[in-house]
Design a protein around this ligand. Structure first.
Ligand code: GLA
Length: 397
């Protein structure tokens, strides 16, 4: 299968600029690939519970220029970190070092372990996904690198498999227990669309976003330290819920498999905290499906309440929001032309997602920025985005 090509006009300049930089570093021609970051509209922490998520790819991306080599060396240069790293693909002891290069090297090692032999290559990596903001800069690096390496090796690319391998690289090589959402949307995003993903079957449906709506992402500029331990603790609590509830529901494999009334009837099996974690997942799955059907039928009036309920649930039941995120959401909800506001991604800082009428988006950005700065002392970054295309090769000709 030929890799999908981007819309020539949209990305040609960026692709050409990257080629020029590649050439001055590695003195050869190269091909250019791009994979996007993402924003999740609704369905938070449901992916690792076999549930439903509804993300969209965004215009912020990771770009990789790659030229194969005749040996098995991978020479990686990161523009963002102004650092280069070199490894050999025959090295059986490749391991994480806590640096940016863990992501591309982890992906290469995982592809090789899965039986995809790769050539050595020179790679120039440059990304504009804000780092540490919960917009999946890591998935963008993984997916763009994996796609570039597979294309260089002329292996046929199955995007579902590619997403799963990138997730495996992050879980096993990097050591972060993320779900499948970020890598999947970076592979399958479509301009103008959100994507409803069933994280159990990996069946998905593209849902057109109303053209007058902008995805406005407000970055709180804070990321609390316990982010990854908090994430792992939430996963463990969900797993505990499944273990206890499966005594009465032996068929149950994940929180996806029970209804709210099943959960309520057996609440006494769970500690108060685990019960609330489970309640978030069960109600969030229902909200995500309701949100998808509202998008399908053009019923935008249903969206604000679903997003408000989702934020409340992640704040009170799942407890991964924080003061800065709550302030940002509250400010957003007071603005005209807003069709919903909530925190997005793993939580403990990062960004909120706001659906805003295009005509109201300038005023929205200004007023939320001012209000947030006044309340917290941090000046937020606010990005007005549209849903973008997933991974592909960029035509710079
Ligand atoms: C992070 C993870 C995803 C998902 C979200 C929460 O972004 O990488 O897999 O679990 O948190 O929805």
């Amino acid at each position: 299968m030929r890799p999908p090509l981007f819309d020539k006009n949209t990305y040609m300049d960026q692709a050409r600029a990257l080629l020029a930089k590649f050439n001055s570093r590695f003195h050869s021609a190269a091909k250019v690939y791009r994979a996007p970051g993402r924003v999740n509209l609704i369905g938070e922490h449901t992916d690792y519970n076999d549930g439903f998520v509804l993300p969209a790819a965004i215009g912020f991306s990771c770009w990789v220029a790659l030229a194969p080599r005749d040996d098995r060396q991978l020479v990686l240069y990161s523009e963002n970190f102004d650092d280069s790293v070199e490894v050999n693909l025959d090295d059986r002891h490749l391991h994480a070092t806590g640096k940016w290069s863990d992501y591309p090297i982890g992906v290469a090692a995982t592809l090789e372990q899965a039986g995809y032999r790769l050539p050595g290559a020179n790679l120039y990596i440059a990304g504009d996904v804000p780092l540490g903001a919960g917009l999946s800069s890591s998935a963008a690096v993984e997916v763009s690198t994996a796609f570039a390496l597979m294309d260089a090796a002329r292996h046929p690319i199955d995007l579902k498999k590619l997403a799963l391998l990138c997730q495996r690289a992050e879980n096993e090589f990097v050591g972060a227990r993320c779900g499948i959402m970020d890598q999947f949307i970076s592979c399958h995003g479509r301009a103008g669309n959100a994507l409803l993903l069933d994280c159990r079957s990996l069946d998905f449906q593209l849902l057109r976003l109303p053209p007058q709506i902008r995805l406005v992402i407000c970055n709180t500029m804070v990321q609390h330290k316990h982010e990854s331990s908090g994430y792992n603790a939430r996963r463990a609590q969900c797993e505990e819920g499944v273990r206890k509830l499966s005594k009465v529901y032996p068929q149950m494999r994940a929180l996806r498999d029970i209804s709210l009334s099943d959960l309520e009837s057996h609440r006494s099996l769970l500690s108060e905290v685990v019960y609330r974690r489970c309640r978030h997942i069960v109600t969030e799955n229902a909200r995500t499906l309701a949100f998808a059907s509202a998008l399908r039928s053009g019923d935008t009036a249903a969206l604000p309440q679903l997003m408000t309920d989702a934020h409340r649930s992640i704040r009170d039941d799942f407890e991964v929001s924080c003061q800065e995120l709550d302030i940002m959401v509250q400010l957003a909800e007071q603005q005209p032309g807003v069709l919903g506001a909530r925190m997005t991604g793993g939580g403990f800082g990062g960004c909120t997602i706001n659906l805003v009428e295009a005509s109201a988006s300038d005023a929205f950005c200004e007023r939320v920025a001012q209000g947030y700065a006044a309340a917290t002392g941090h000046y937020p970054n606010i990005y007005v985005c549209e849903a973008s295309q997933g991974v592909g090769m960029a035509d710079a000709s």
